[in-house]
Write a protein that binds this ligand. Structure first.
Ligand code: BG6
Length: 492
């Protein structure tokens, strides 16, 4: 299958924090891919902005190195890369003083009528001040957009303050809060699966679905990010944003259209229907863990405290939660969520576990009858598997097996894997906010997370240790098995 590419309008993209990790690892390679695909027009300009007093040449050199490191060799074409790099330039701008702003204004002046994007790939503490300086430098034009990277706050109050600061200068329609999980191919496929097929939606409720599991496992540790991570933890870093967004897309009502606000209205209703977790229930419906030394990624790895260089941290690197959605569709169907670092494999998936059949016609010799599971795999091998019971082929009586109807997207569609940032960056230019979080969504998510954080803080329990390379503390297994269920493991 050939990917279709529709070119976007010419744009100016200013990346604050242009010499940082995100720009090198994700943004520059994603833009290169869109240029290679013919989606980014020749007239587009990418303007790096940060405090470092370097010039165009040095910035381009860094970008070239980033491409060499992060774009697979067979996709890196020298002539295309050279021409892409020419679209890049650099202005030294200080986010916290007047230095450099006139130069940035001068650079942008000729293109006041085109789409202008400010990408804030900086510490969130700078979002407010950069927004103010953008406004004071007269850089807000009718087609302006600002992109905010997570974390949007550390709590409901701090998220509100941050949204207020940026909102003082940019209208909500111009603010694009990135959650890169929404740019993943399979996440959008979830919408296609639910709303472009007649098969699932009639069964998509508590009467037919026993429970849902969402797992986002990583094999990496916190490594060089320990400084940031220790102030965040798995609940803030992964659950408040990525995992709750997956809950929303799985649980929401069919929106009236795919318009950004129609979809976001429905997601918001899910967030608001999440049953609060308070100090009386936190011990039974949440588990937090912290990894110790062990084996992962094929070798021995240090524990969290060793990486951090301190032994007093109680930051969680693993969390499991039994969440409940209090509405007619989902009452009685728990959503089990878990995520962690240094788990046995890098896997992100949503498992929709249907209820068992009401009555079996088959005797003991047929073997056990497992319930149907729909497994939506986000990574590593994107695809959908529907687990069904079938008769074992051949003679020997009626013996049954649980087997998957397996659709691997990589095999079914011969297209390269798109990084989430490629789509999201182009959506910003196109002015499509569907895959970005609206202010009220982010705040509603914090509204559910805050009491968990507070209850943890008030409790004398520390996160439970787990050995790197295992699926977290045993309490996480107990969390689901207590209910007579079990975490899904791919049976083949
Ligand atoms: C980021 C988190 O948002 O998502 C990281 O801050 C995490 O801690 C990453 O590793 C996971 O993203 P992906 O796309 O690799 O699943």
């Amino acid at each position: 299958m050939i990917a279709r590419t529709i070119s976007v309008e010419p744009f100016d993209l200013v990346v604050f924090g242009a010499t940082g990790d995100l720009a090198r690892r994700k943004l520059i390679p994603a833009l290169y891919h869109r240029y290679l695909a013919g989606q980014m027009p020749e007239e587009a300009r990418i303007i790096g902005a940060s405090r470092r007093p370097v010039g165009d040449a040095a910035f381009r050199e860094e970008a070239r190195a980033a491409l060499a490191e992060y774009v697979p060799a067979h996709e890196l074409h020298d002539d295309v890369a050279a021409s892409f790099i020419e679209r890049l330039s650099y202005v030294s701008v200080d986010a916290t003083s007047d230095a450099g702003w006139p130069a940035l204004a001068e650079k942008l002046a000729p293109n006041a009528d085109r789409v202008r994007v400010f990408y804030l790939a900086t510490a969130p503490e700078l979002f407010g001040e950069i927004s103010r300086r953008i406004a004071e430098a007269g850089l807000i034009t009718p087609l302006v957009r600002v992109v905010l990277e997570k974390p949007i706050g550390k709590s409901l109050d701090t998220a509100r303050a941050l949204n207020d600061e940026v909102g003082a200068y940019f209208p909500e329609e111009a603010i694009y809060r990135i959650d890169h999980y929404l740019g993943k191919e399979t996440v959008q496929n979830l919408m296609a699966l639910r709303f472009a097929n007649a098969l699932f939606e009639p069964l998509w409720n508590a009467a037919h679905i026993d429970h849902v599991q969402i797992t986002v496992g990583e094999t990496i540790g916190v490594g060089g990010r320990a400084g940031y991570y220790d102030t965040a933890g798995a609940l803030r870093d992964m659950v408040q944003n990525h995992i709750l967004q997956l809950v929303c897309l799985t649980a929401m009502e069919p929106p009236a259209s795919l318009d950004a606000d129609a979809v976001r209205d429905e997601k918001l209703k899910v967030l608001k229907a999440l049953k609060p977790i308070d100090p009386s229930s936190v011990g039974t419906v949440t588990v937090r863990g912290q990894y110790r030394a062990g084996a992962s990624d094929g070798g021995a790895v240090p524990g969290y405290h060793d990486e951090l260089g301190r032994t007093d941290s109680t930051t969680e690197t693993f969390v499991a939660i039994k969440a409940e959605i209090g509405n007619w569709r989902w009452a009685g169907t728990p959503f089990y969520l878990r995520t962690g670092k240094r788990l046995p494999s890098r896997v992100s998936e949503i498992v929709v576990a249907f209820r068992p059949i009401p009555y079996s016609l088959f005797g003991n010799s047929a073997g056990p009858i497992s319930a149907n599971h729909l497994v939506i795999r986000l990574q590593p091998d994107e695809g959908v598997k529907l687990w069904l019971m079938i008769k074992d082929p051949g003679p020997g009586g009626m013996r049954l097996s649980h087997v998957p109807l397996d659709m691997s997207f990589a095999e079914a569609f011969n297209v390269r894997h798109h990084e989430a940032y490629e789509r999201l960056l182009m959506d910003v230019v196109r002015g499509n906010q569907t895959l970005f979080m609206r202010r009220d969504e982010v705040e509603a998510a914090w509204g559910w997370i805050d009491p968990i954080l507070e209850a943890w803080k008030a409790s004398s329990d520390a996160p439970k240790p787990y050995t790197s390379g295992t699926w977290g503390p045993s309490a996480s297994i107990a969390l689901i098995e207590r209910d007579g269920r079990t975490w899904h493991e791919d049976e083949r």
